[in-house]
Design a protein around this ligand. Structure first.
Ligand SMILES: [Zn+2]
Length: 345
């Protein structure tokens, strides 16, 4: 599924529409009622980790009362308990499991996302915050394997389906504005209280907290589990995990507690520089070539190993590593691997 750099690109596509009124809507979402977005204004957009958040507000320009503009089912305001309305940025991502591994609401959800379907759950009604707080509801988008956002263009079929038909993908949601539209594909959409991830845990945020991330990496857990922990590395997905472990010459199952401070600092440097470099390429429309992810040989020509690793509470994710370039460090044989600060190719 799209990782942090892709989400930043989606955010860039959405940004020009912020401030505009949603004129009509479309899409096949069964989880939310797209019609309730008509005549609401897209007020804000934010990206945190692997989620995109859109904030909607009333169209005050028309001089009509709030209740007139709101669809019927939205006209009754939801009074939120104080502790809920205050917690917005305090809690961890709603898609984080007990240990922060990415765990969508149900196992059927991830299956549905992989299949490009929307999970069968009851219609999700918005949290309509008290309008006096000047904050409308937020829609959260969590993208599946082939999830994407298109601005003023639809996604086209790139290959025929099993029946040989060239069927274009169907957007989950389309927001039409006075000029142009946004189409959202293969994503789970739900109403929420607002962005639920602290910028300090977002690998692409200027506020990314390296000290906190380092503390997490130091624990006696395999580093490949910790890297996917969205509480400390929001936006870091399976591609970034594989690539930065190769760049830092660290075996995926090495326990963080067995690695030197220098190795962990090097790994963190690669997380930040690789993610920023990938984002830069995305913004320039250039492809990101992988060094180890889905490869049979590493750049040095060694045979690459592949297996599925994941914490007991999270998903098992395919992992590629080179046993020569990334030797395993065991508790019995602490061995400092050579830290690198190579530039990305
Ligand atoms: Zn190698």
């Amino acid at each position: 599924m799209p990782e942090g750099p892709s989400l930043r690109k989606f955010h860039q596509l959405v940004a020009p529409f912020v401030g505009q009124l949603v004129v009509t809507v479309g899409g096949n979402s069964k989880k939310i009622n797209p019609n309730m977005l008509e005549m609401l204004r897209l007020q804000d957009s934010q990206v945190h980790g692997k989620n995109l958040y859109l904030n909607f507000g009333l169209n005050e320009d028309l001089g009509l009362s709030d209740s007139f503009l709101l669809p019927k089912h939205l006209q009754k305001e939801v009074k939120l308990p104080k502790e809920i309305s205050n917690h917005k940025l305090e809690s961890t991502s709603s898609t984080s499991g007990l240990d922060g591994q990415e765990v969508p609401a149900s196992s059927s959800t991830i299956k549905a996302l992989e299949l490009g379907e929307e999970e069968k759950e009851p219609l999700n009604e918005p949290w309509w915050l008290n309008t006096s707080q000047n904050s409308g509801p937020w829609l959260c988008f969590h993208f599946g394997m082939f999830g994407s956002v298109r601005a003023s263009e639809y996604s086209r079929a790139t290959k025929p389906n099993k029946k040989g038909d060239w069927k274009d993908p169907l957007p989950r949601l389309v927001l039409h504005f006075a000029k142009g539209f946004l189409a959202f594909y293969n994503c789970r959409i739900y109403w929420c209280l607002g962005p639920m991830v602290k910028p300090s845990s977002d690998i692409l945020s200027e506020e990314f907290d390296r000290r906190q991330a380092l503390e997490a990496l130091k624990q006696a857990n395999p580093v490949c589990y910790t890297l996917l922990d969205q509480r400390f590395f929001a936006g870091l997905g399976n591609i970034i995990k594989n690539e930065v472990l190769y760049l830092a010459k660290i075996h995926p199952l090495s326990l963080g507690s067995c690695l030197s401070a220098l190795n962990l600092e090097s790994l963190l440097d690669h997380v930040v520089s690789f993610s920023a470099g990938w984002l830069q390429k995305k913004l320039e429309g250039k492809p990101q070539h992988h060094l180890i992810y889905q490869k049979e040989q590493c750049p040095a020509g060694h045979q690459v190993m592949k297996d599925s690793f994941g914490s007991p509470n999270g998903f098992q994710r395919p992992t590629w590593w080179c046993p020569h370039c990334q030797p395993k460090v065991t508790p019995e044989e602490p061995n400092e691997v050579q830290a690198t600060k190579e530039e990305l190719p």
